[in-house]
Design a protein around this ligand. Structure first.
Ligand code: F3S
Length: 642
């Protein structure tokens, strides 16, 4: 039997385990990336492991998330990351050079390689044929140190694309259609592999839009073959030598098949407040809007913004709309500036922001109160835009651009004479905003610059046999890492300061939680299903560690967050009987006996001393993860083994 593309890449990188579905495997990582909001912590963890130089083929440290400069915290963080990068063998992408995933695709992505990034949209790299996975900062630090990365051997979903997109329908609509069919929970422990004749009609940036938003399926990652389109893109980026052809075998077998006919697809929109709440634009056509934001790691490529410029050229943004455009990289912005498209965008009355994440996380443009904001981004969770009452709709750049002109939600299908924009034969290449690392000899002399905002990260204690604590909070289904550790513009500067951030932990759900947790160490978070969905933010595990949380008891967990909890010594427990979730009230006294033995068996009994009965809980962990939990987290385990 032949292999899928995913299996081929895994086979080439397999270090631990066998390629048997559902079992834990360890894979070697070729490249890593960090961004600034997760990077400081990852580099402190690398430091704690006492690794002098990274052992990957290439590691990148990007500055793209918090571009607001209100005080010294940001630049202090940048200097810390830059000095760590220089000393430890890491390339440093300076502020303004672009969003990590956009720059990675343009300048560093290599088909067939593995990429681990401390950002949940790292799967963007699947657009160029990488097996690109998002993880917590600690996992990325371990990969930089030469350690393998562990995943559950995934099921492989075949996404068969047939036909060709009509004008006005975009690759964003393809991933919205996959989200509509599969939902935000449909991708857990799965890789979405794109095949079929429709693949050859999509450019690498279009493919990257799809793999980027595959993160919203909860998938391990998504991947496209590496073909003539990939070669053409790499050649245009002056990197043809990085090309390798890659595809699944003809007789490869898949666990699930999803079909999308590109010829009949229509413009789609994900409605508030979930990326899978997908409707046809035509169903909502005419809806009044307040704001349009174009950019983010999903849709800020040269091709995206050229389409926007061509649609809007000579027109004016409607009076009732505020519009911003954030180019994904300096390469994109430079090319738009040189060919006149930037002037076309500016002359519409739109604002142009710098090359970074920006409004995606509420910086530089948040919606007005109750405002309807059309965004080309990937997430529309409540409050992520910076405005809790904001109504965020996710859609393609084409739909966003034409709607900005009309002032109401408008389908681009058949409405305008849409231009043909071809991929350029040559991108503007200038890597002078990438600072290379020092040589091993020079590195010895480099001092790490550590501003006052860089605080040590908290460590859990080794697991005790008898656990006792109260139910600290009771939260519903689909709690995101944005709920657990809000990441708004005011808090981002404190990403290296867990003691400060912890005061905001889970406060969108219950403002009293941090104080209650501090006053009752050893307590438990009680949660519904898909707890910890969303970003890879490790702070969502580190803040609970700082507050003394012992465990989370949930109906189910999102993959990256569960790993982050285990890495940091917090027990991820699962209700065997979901009805027990409703039985627990905040303040109930909970206990677990013989915990060290129990977690090894996978069966844990928790007693509710207040109510006078017990719950049967599960814990789905490997032996490696059990050892981590017993030690009080990965860093403690590494230290103990030294
Ligand atoms: Fe940045 Fe938003 Fe992507 S925060 S990395 S643009 S999801």
């Amino acid at each position: 039997m032949g292999l899928t593309l995913t299996e081929k890449i895994i086979k080439d990188h397999l270090v631990v385990g066998k390629m048997e579905k559902g079992t834990e495997i360890g894979i070697h990582i070729d490249q890593t990336l960090t961004q600034d909001s997760t990077g400081t912590m990852a580099y402190m963890q690398l430091e704690a492991m006492e690794v002098p130089r990274v052992k990957t083929k290439r590691s990148l440290a990007y500055i793209d998330h918090n571009m607001l400069q209100e005080g010294p915290e940001n630049m202090d963080d940048h200097l810390f990351i830059q000095s760590m990068a220089k000393k430890h063998g890491i390339y440093f992408s300076r502020p303004g050079n672009g969003i990590c995933h956009q720059v990675e695709i343009e300048r560093f992505g290599v088909p067939g390689q593995t990429l681990l990034g401390s950002d949940s949209h790292t799967p963007t790299g699947g657009g160029i044929g990488m097996l690109a996975i998002g993880a917590g900062g600690l996992d990325v630090a371990v990969a930089m140190a030469g350690g393998e990365y562990y995943i559950t051997m995934p099921e492989i979903v075949k996404v068969e694309l047939t036909g060709k997109l009509r004008k006005g329908v975009a690759s964003k609509d393809i991933i919205l259609e996959v989200l509509r069919q599969c939902t935000v929970k449909g991708g857990v422990n799965k890789v979405f592999e794109y095949t079929g004749p429709g693949v050859a009609t999509l450019t690498v940036p279009e493919r990257a839009t799809i793999t980027n938003m595959g993160a919203e399926l909860g998938a391990t990652t998504s991947v496209f073959p590496s073909d003539d389109m990939t070669r053409a893109f790499l050649k245009a980026q002056e990197r043809e030598d990085d090309f390798t052809p890659l595809a699944a075998d003809d007789d490869a077998e898949y666990d699930q098949v999803v079909k999308v006919d590109l010829s009949t697809l229509e413009p789609l929109v994900a409605c508030p407040h979930s990326p899978d709440a997908v409707k046809k634009v035509s169903e909502l056509e005419g809806m009044p809007i307040n704001q349009v934001c174009i950019g983010s790691c999903t849709n800020s490529s040269y091709l995206d913004l050229m389409k926007v410029a061509a649609i809007m050229k000579g027109k004016t943004v409607a009076e009732n709309v505020e519009m911003v455009v954030a180019p994904g990289s300096r390469q994109v912005l430079t090319m738009l500036a040189e060919n006149g498209a930037l002037a076309d965008i500016l002359s519409t009355g739109a604002r142009v922001l710098e090359c970074g994440c920006g409004p995606c996380i509420g910086m530089g443009q948040a919606p007005c109160t109750d405002g309807v904001s059309l965004r080309t981004f990937n997430r529309n969770f409540k409050g992520r835009s910076g405005t809790v009452s904001g109504q965020i709709y996710l859609l393609s750049p084409e739909t966003a651009a034409i709607s900005a002109i009309t002032g109401v939600l408008t389908s681009p299908l058949g409405k305008v004479d849409l231009p043909d924009i071809d991929m350029p034969h040559h991108f503007k290449v200038n890597d002078n905003a990438i600072v290379p690392p020092a040589s091993e000899e020079e590195a010895k002399e480099i001092e790490i610059i550590r501003g006052p905002n860089i605080k040590p990260f908290p460590l859990s204690e080794a697991l005790k046999d008898e656990l006792q604590g109260i139910a600290l909070i009771h939260v519903e289904d689909n709690i995101t890492t944005d709920h657990i550790m809000p990441s708004n513009a005011k808090l981002l500067p404190f990403r290296s300061n867990i003691p400060h951030l912890a005061n905001y932990c889970l406060t969108p759900c219950d403002p009293e939680f941090p104080e209650r947790a501090k006053a009752n160490p050893g307590g438990f978070i009680i949660a519904g299903s898909n707890y910890g969905q969303g970003s890879s933010r490790e702070h969502a595990a580190l803040a609970p560690v700082y507050l003394g949380v012992q465990g989370v008891v949930a109906k189910s967990f999102a993959r990256i967050h569960k790993n982050n909890l285990i890495n940091n010594g917090i027990l991820p427990l699962i209700f065997k009987n979901e009805a027990d979730y409703d039985d627990i009230d905040v303040g109930d006294s909970l206990s677990i006996s013989d915990a060290i033995h129990a977690i090894g068996t996978g069966n844990v009994t928790m007693t509710n001393e207040t109510k006078g009965h017990s719950y049967e809980l599960g814990i789905e962990i490997s032996e490696r993860q059990r050892e981590m939990l017993v030690a009080g987290g990965l860093i403690n385990k590494i230290k103990a083994n030294k």
